[in-house]
Design a protein around this ligand. Sequence first.
Ligand code: KG4
Ligand code: ZN
Length: 341
Amino acid sequence: MKPLILGIESSCDDTSVAVLLGKKILANVTANQDIHHDYGGVVPELASRAHQQNIVPVVHQALTKANVKSKDLKAIGFTSGPGLLGSLLVGTSFAKSMALSLGIPLIDVNHMQAHILAHFIEHKNMESPIFPFLCLTISGGHTQIVLAKSYFQYEIIGETMDDAAGEAFDKAAKIMGLPYPGGPLIDAYAKKGNPKAFSFTKSQVPAFDYSFSGLKTNVLYFLQKEVKDNPNFVQEHIHDLCASIQHTIVEMLFYKLEQAVEHTGINRVAIAGGVSANSAIRNKLNTFKNWTTYIPNFEFCTDNGAMIAIAAYFKYLEGAKANMNVLAKARMSVTQSNMAK
Ligand code: KG4
Ligand code: ZN
């Protein structure tokens, strides 16, 4: 009998809860937090307060949608890190009390591993990768090329030294006066723009690492200069600006990814994390005909409870669980797997 597992994600600004039966989704319910729109980024204190308001109704909705009684659950998975500490604490405390009251295992999940493990959710149009594979994990907080050796064995091949790719999108959007999160808006505007209209800095750093902070500064100085001459510059060129910024980020991501494929000799390549919803990145990945590529469905790119539940499922199969003293951790590497039984 396949286990029913509940997964709770609360590491940033989405409260998301899923119920999985084995690897199959019965429900995946997310409450987004609109409150951050006008701030250009997530405000941690507002995020934790919103999680507190959302968590009970979202868990309730997920169980109702899945048509599952909490007494039938076999384990509770939750994000223990990395992320915003206040936000993580809401999910962690809730998961602990729910597991305790039901008398079932509590399973701590590493958010960065969960983004990668989302590829193993059983879903139409999605094929699970074969180990070992490379995963370009691109989110609001991380940008990494990870070598996935097994469900819980990872090696970082390269990562950003400053801003993440998602931050580069969001900060560039903020400079242009667009609301948070800017990534999806840049993606949408870019569809009607010329990616070569403007040229921006592509920072060079050694090996397979990334640096995106120079791009943000470059966009800022460029626009300050242009807006001085024409106050409507951004509005008049929004499509070309978005297309050019997006093109720069995509080129930077793939330049290092191609090198990593060459260096490791591994041509099974996945993408994961919120920025993997980007249409230019998805299109570009499809052009590498000699790679086997894995592109997650949109619903599994940005933070979601299903990725937490699938990671918890694989830990459940190994008998790995957290004890009640487990702490939420703001910083946690993708390489960290707690497999204690
Ligand atoms: O993985 P995620 O939901 O949260 C973190 O773990 O950080 O990623 C959120 C990031 C944000 O920076 C958002 O702007 C970006 O993903 N994002 C996108 C797109 N959709 C979401 N960036 C570019 N294009 C998109 N279509
Ligand atoms: Zn994430």
